[in-house]
Design a protein around this ligand. Structure first.
Ligand code: ADP
Ligand code: CA
Ligand code: CA
Ligand code: CA
Length: 300
């Protein structure tokens, strides 16, 4: 059987810049994946800019698309599902049905489905979705194989305020209790070590009692970047296709370091305009495939 490199990628689309499917598709395609995008929104740019125009999908539109995919028998062909920005509680809830449907179709053929859920809800203390979206994610997470929250989303979902390793560990325990096997809190900054961002990967074998934990650091670059989590989740999926998850975590961290450095080298430092801080995704082909700054991932 030929290797299945097929992805259903449910994320945002922006005309200008690199977030959502714009940040994820190109890297995944470079790795040889077929990326079938469901664009949950189609907007002029990401929401950090003062003006934003465009269209947001509603449940009916999502269902119409799925109807077409079902009728053409595309659904059993997806080896992976990845979800990003949705910001619509009805669609978040319906994706649970989509995951179950595809999983059941594939199980009949003895094939696997791996669901990467990036629960996009906010960042650095600012929630940019409604409370009902948060509630819907608490349920969607139950069928995720891999969850990639940022520290703020991990806090929102688990109810544990993630500020250091102790609280990060507690938050990952909440995910495992919901049935999520792999959780990566992509970064958190501690008082003791503000020059670095720490990350935590926690994995629980099916039926296991104690999770295995891995951690590491990447240097913190002053300033805020958008699309980093989307590029991280896509890279994680790509590298986990060939490597154990803990190895993939370190390489995906490396991709982000390389791409952020490339962005800064081209004028996108922390104080520059939002436009200058758009991640240099298409200019970083080498880094997307084989990053220079792979992070060390240590078992705890
Ligand atoms: P999100 O973009 O979803 O909020 P993070 O902020 O954790 O998620 O960013 C994802 C990854 O991007 C981090 O794991 C880290 O590797 C990298 N990253 C993001 N912002 C920075 C930064 N300011 N300095 C260094 N690395 C960063
Ligand atoms: Ca496509
Ligand atoms: Ca962030
Ligand atoms: Ca994010």
């Amino acid at each position: 059987m030929s290797e299945e490199k097929t992805i259903l990628s449910i994320q945002s689309y922006v005309t200008h810049g690199y977030v959502g499917n714009k940040a994820a598709s190109f890297p995944l395609q470079l790795h040889g994946f077929d990326v079938d995008g469901v664009n949950t929104v189609s907007l002029s740019n990401h929401s950090g800019y003062p003006i934003i125009r465009g269209h947001r999908m509603d449940l009916q539109e999502y269902e119409t698309l799925m109807e077409g995919m079902r009728a053409n028998n595309f659904l059993p062909g997806y080896r992976y599902i990845i979800t990003g920005y949705i910001n619509n509680a009805d669609i978040v809830r319906r994706i649970r049905d989509t995951v179950k449907e595809i999983r059941t179709l594939r199980e009949k053929e003895g094939k696997k489905l791996t669901f990467f859920c990036d629960p996009v809800m906010g960042d650095d203390g600012i929630m940019y979705c409604k409370q009902e979206v948060l509630e819907a994610y608490r349920e969607l997470i139950q069928c995720a194989d891999v969850a990639t929250p940022n520290y703020y989303e991990a806090s929102l979902l688990s109810g544990v305020n993630v500020t250091d390793m102790t609280t990060a560990l507690q938050a990952t325990d909440w995910f495992h209790a919901q049935g999520t096997q792999n959780v990566i809190i992509k970064s958190f900054r501690t008082k003791e070590d503000p020059q670095n961002l720490h990350f935590l990967f926690s994995t629980m074998a099916t039926g296991g009692k104690t999770p295995q934990r891995f951690t590491g650091v990447v240097p913190y670059h002053e300033g805020r970047y958008t699309g980093t989590g989307d590029l991280f989740a896509a890279s994680l999926l790509a590298f986990s296709h060939q490597h154990p998850m803990e190895v993939a975590v370190g390489i995906a961290m490396g991709v982000l370091q390389d791409v952020i450095l490339a962005t800064r080298n081209e004028g996108g430092d922390g104080t520059s305009s939002l436009m200058n801080r758009e991640l240099r995704v298409t200019k970083s082909v080498q880094s997307l495939l084989n990053p220079a700054n792979v992070a060390e991932v240590r078992p705890m």
